[in-house]
Write a new protein. Structure first.
Length: 67
């Protein structure tokens, strides 16, 4: 199973600037380490599960800020 992540700026959810897929390794917890430092500001992220041909719905967008 994989976790597919998206990160976007609020208002730009239709065009996320980070799209990353990570394997779960059979665990129930999955993390995403951001590949680069983000500039200060507001962001949103969401995730969904993928297992071969099955894909879950996206979670709701969750907000975070870099200060």
């Amino acid at each position: 199973m994989n976790g597919q992540f998206e990160i976007a700026r609020p208002g730009d959810e239709a065009a996320p600037f980070i799209q990353e897929t990570r394997p779960t390794g059979g665990r129930r917890v999955i993390t995403l380490a951001l590949p680069t430092a983000l500039p200060e500001g507001s962001y949103r992220w969401r995730v969904r599960a993928e297992d071969h041909s099955l894909t879950s719905p996206w979670t709701q967008w969750c907000d975070f800020a870099v200060r």
